[in-house]
Write a protein that binds this ligand. Sequence first.
Ligand code: COA
Length: 256
Amino acid sequence: MPTIAIGGTKLHYHDVGSGPPTICLVHGSGGTGAVWMRQMEGLADVARVVAPDLPGHGESSGDGLDGIEHGATVVRALLDALDVRTVVIGGHSMGGGVAQAFALAYPDRVAGLILVGTGARLRVLPEVFERLERDYEAGVRYLTRMAVADAAPSELVDSLAAQAARTAPSVHARDFRACNAFDVLARIGAIRVPTLAIVGSEDRLTPPKYARFFEEHIAGTRLVVVDGAGHYVQVEQPDATTGAIREFLATLPRST
Ligand code: COA
């Protein structure tokens, strides 16, 4: 997998398929680009898909994010380095915050926006911070259980929790602090690009109400509620998620 130097950070990223369009998919708190594995497999024939490990996550160096906007500047630097001018930017949870911040900061670079299990405000339950501080592994497991539908198989919870527990506790805590401070509820209407919002009907962390807010405030948003999925909709129901993205891409101008 390729690595690129951005400032003092060695940024690792997945890069599959060929564009245009180029889609950049950003992972959530405590995650890595691998959370998009099934979407990379399912989209590579119609797009170039770039999925970074944000600083301090996965194989990338660094101490984590200073805030959601920091994530947007990292993504911009990665796309600059790859010579990608126009992108379909997407993200899950915290990564969806990064995608919104990117769309607000660099509107001329965005051909489309994909918001997966996320919101324009991402307040975090105080209990999440407390549990992660008290007993990191148990806290991660609790959080992961909350982040999937009740019907999700225990092997899925195990693999997601094991992956998240590999993230340094300090990086994970910074992610949640970044989410907690994120609030673009009042600015979201300024986004004027084609937008797809995907949410699991059982999402407890960023409930369908948050996705409906996008539908109501970003003109022309396509909303897809995936029945029976939780917060990790793209992992719990990968085909439904990938299918929705493929349909969305087909609506974008060919030059994208
Ligand atoms: N989109 C639309 N509406 C939103 C929103 C979003 N992204 N975020 C909050 N709101 C709404 C809430 O539904 C609430 O509406 P209401 O007054 O009609 O009930 C209002 O804005 C205020 O909510 P909130 O900002 O969340 O503050 P709170 O003090 O009521 O609740 C929490 C704080 C942490 C309990 C709550 O945000 C929560 O349960 N969050 C989800 C769990 C979590 O930790 N998620 C992790 C996200 S990374």
